[in-house]
Design a protein around this ligand. Structure first.
Ligand SMILES: C[S@@+](CC[C@H](N)C(=O)[O-])C[C@H]1O[C@@H](n2cnc3c(N)ncnc32)[C@H](O)[C@@H]1O
Length: 465
């Protein structure tokens, strides 16, 4: 008998990962190695020793000094790089592989992992210390060029003397210790230092895992109240999309919500993200993140269960209200289950020049901003929420010189005036220099806090319709 030939297995098709749609995909940043640094540092130490001047600084050297020239060349090179290709926010550019890794890690994070307790009063604190948002930040290099109190971080690159000063302070003076350890992530350490040297604080993203916590908490709250979700569609309203930190939070809660819903009710849950932001420059980037997430992170066809609606209208306007009402009616639901946002803090940061940007529309007019923007936004949220739906509002006071803009108390007043009831106020820890609002985190287990004792926080007001 003829021996049957074993069936030839078809070779498995290896799926090539699709490239992500970050704006500088495929660009590499080089040009500064550990050897460069060591050479510059030796030159600097030598110049300093020769000068015999206590107040020695690079700025006091003649323009044609070799070290000054090296640093100036570097400045123009990076500026040219920014002008032509945009360098990413924070540290160095991440590869597609690393961004994808961040996304997958975000997705697998447990939703309660960001909860810590205030050692003083046992109250809950929200702290996402994972740095996983940096994957999503990679879609928004503009974050480096948002003017804040001392201009934008990129303004440091534009100003010759400021760059020289920052370079000396953060790179050539003792303390640039990370460089000694490794040169593999050299560029990222370097750009971080430049950022710090510029003394201009960069805008930060809303921590995605905090957003995930809020979404999950409000989901459990909703199903407890209603024994399910209206029309099996969980709707999250975000009045100011920002830099997609909240979008990423919702994306990483997506499979958790759906798995839980399926096991409880035996039905498939849809999730809707309804949002707006006047910043037209970055509008398309949100759809890119959603597409990347669903083509690379979630199983096939999951996008059928995620509904993404974004506008560029001002969230305080009647136009936005009627747009949202239209979407909600199309989805056959009576309102959003939860609202979550972090609006502009008056005019502290100038995100874009679009006329409906709140810092453009209410320029230099805080009372009008409170009355029209803040109040209008809260009024719209109230109208769009389902009864008992919660509004999580992250906002902070700002200062200009000695003048205080008390947006926190104004928000609380307006939330109450518009008929909402207080539930709780969370403290959300953020990176940045500790100010008056600080939490001592030394007692938090499993967290490397050797150097950081105090962390800055901002409130998240939770109110219910
Ligand atoms: C970036 S967030 C505030 C910072 C916060 N930490 C965050 O990332 O969520 C503020 C956002 O509000 C947006 N914005 C400004 N005016 C607005 C308006 N009238 N309606 C909705 N969004 C607005 C800005 O474009 C910006 O993206």
């Amino acid at each position: 008998m003829k021996k049957k030939q074993p069936k030839k297995r078809k070779p498995k098709k290896i799926q090539k990962p699709k490239p992500l749609r970050t704006v500088y995909n495929g660009i590499d940043v080089d040009g500064f190695t550990l050897a460069d640094y060591q050479m510059e540092k030796a030159l600097y130490d030598q110049l300093k020793a020769e000068s015999n001047d206590e107040n020695f600084s690079l700025l006091s050297l003649p323009q044609d000094n070799r070290l000054r020239e090296i640093i100036e060349n570097k400045r123009t090179m990076y500026l040219e790089f920014w002008n032509s290709k945009r360098i990413p926010t924070g540290g160095g550019r991440k590869s597609d592989k690393k961004i994808l890794e961040d996304f997958k890690n975000l997705r697998s994070k447990k939703w309660k992992d960001i909860l810590i307790k205030d050692a003083n009063n046992n109250k809950i604190i929200l702290w996402d210390f994972s740095s996983l948002d940096s994957g999503v930040n990679q879609y928004f290099p503009e974050m480096l060029d948002v003017p804040t109190t001392k201009g934008s971080v990129l303004d440091c690159l534009r100003d010759k003397d400021r760059f020289l000063n920052g370079y000396e302070k953060k790179i050539l003076k003792p303390g640039f210790y990370k460089v000694e350890k490794t040169d593999s992530s050299f560029y990222s350490v370097f750009s971080q230092m430049i950022r710090m040297g510029s003394e201009s604080h960069p805008v930060v993203n809303f921590p995605s895992l905090v957003a995930q916590y809020i979404v999950m908490e409000s989901y459990y709250n909703t199903i407890k109240l209603n024994n399910g979700i209206e029309n099996d569609n969980f709707v999250v309203l975000d009045e100011c999309s920002g830099w997609a930190g909240r979008l990423a939070g919702i994306l990483c809660s997506f499979h958790k919500l759906r798995n839980d819903y399926q096991s409880r009710y035996g039905r498939k849950l849809h999730i809707t993200y309804l949002t707006t932001d006047p910043n037209k420059d970055v509008h398309e980037r949100f759809a890119a993140i959603v597409n990347d997430w669903f083509s690379l992170v979630e199983p096939k066809h999951s996008l059928d269960y995620f509904h993404f609606h974004k506008q560029t209208l001002g969230c305080e306007t009647p136009e936005f209200l009627s747009y949202c009402k239209g979407v909600l009616s199309d989805l056959n639901v009576s309102g959003a289950n939860v609202a979550l946002t972090s609006p502009p803090y008056f005019d502290q940061e100038q995100y874009s020049k679009d006329p409906s940007q709140s810092c453009v529309k209410y320029r230099n007019d805080y009372p009008s901003w409170v009355q029209n923007f803040l109040s209008g936004m809260i009024k719209n949220v109230y109208e769009l929420l389902q009864p008992k739906g919660r509004f999580y509002l992250n906002i902070a006071n700002t200062k200009k010189g000695s003048k205080l803009f008390p947006s926190e108390t104004e928000s609380v007043r307006l939330l109450k005036e518009h008929g909402m009831k207080e539930v709780v106020t969370y403290k959300m820890l953020l990176s940045g220099v500790p100010n008056k609002n600080c939490v001592n985190v030394t007692s938090v287990p499993n967290i490397k806090t050797k150097e950081i004792k105090l962390k800055k926080f901002e409130p998240v007001f939770v109110y219910e319709k």
